[in-house]
Structures are given as structure tokens and as C-alpha cells.
Design a protein. Structure first.
Length: 79
């Protein structure tokens, strides 16, 4: 999450109603829009949600994509 607070892209995997999904989160809206354009996600699907920066406790503007189905990258295996 710290990476997202610094403008990086953070992939947060989760399961919703038994379905694998992820949020791709950042405080850098333009960076998220570029990523979405590269993989074919309409800009209208980008969601705004302020998040609390764990370092300061302050709320920061942040955005995320909900990724599922063909937009969800396969998990990387850690051996």
C-alpha cells in the first residue's frame, strides 16, 4: 500500500463472492488511466476512493480499477 501512496501501482488480490479479483490502486490517477488504456479498460470504470496513508494517518486521494476475468493477471508463484 505504501507503494500506491507514493504513486506506484499496487495490486491487491481478494476474493469476492467466491470469485478471484483484485484492486489495482494508486494515488496517481494518470498512471492508472494509462494502464487501463493499455489493456482496454474504459476510463469510466476507474473508481475514486480516498485511502488512509498508513505512515501519517491522513486521507489521500486514491483511485482503483476492479480487475477480474480477463483483466486479472495470473498470480505469480513464489517458491
Amino acid at each position: 500500500m505504501i507503494h500506491a501512496m507514493d504513486g506506484g501501482l499496487w495490486l491487491h488480490r481478494h476474493v469476492w463472492k467466491g470469485r478471484a479479483m483484485a484492486h489495482l490502486v494508486s494515488t496517481d490517477r494518470e498512471r492508472l488511466l494509462r494502464y487501463g488504456a493499455a489493456i482496454g479498460i474504459p476510463a469510466s470504470r476507474l473508481q475514486f476512493k480516498p485511502l488512509k496513508d498508513p505512515r501519517t494517518g491522513e486521507r489521500r486521494n486514491a483511485w482503483h480499477w476492479d480487475l477480474g476475468g480477463p483483466y486479472l493477471p495470473p498470480p505469480t508463484r513464489v517458491d
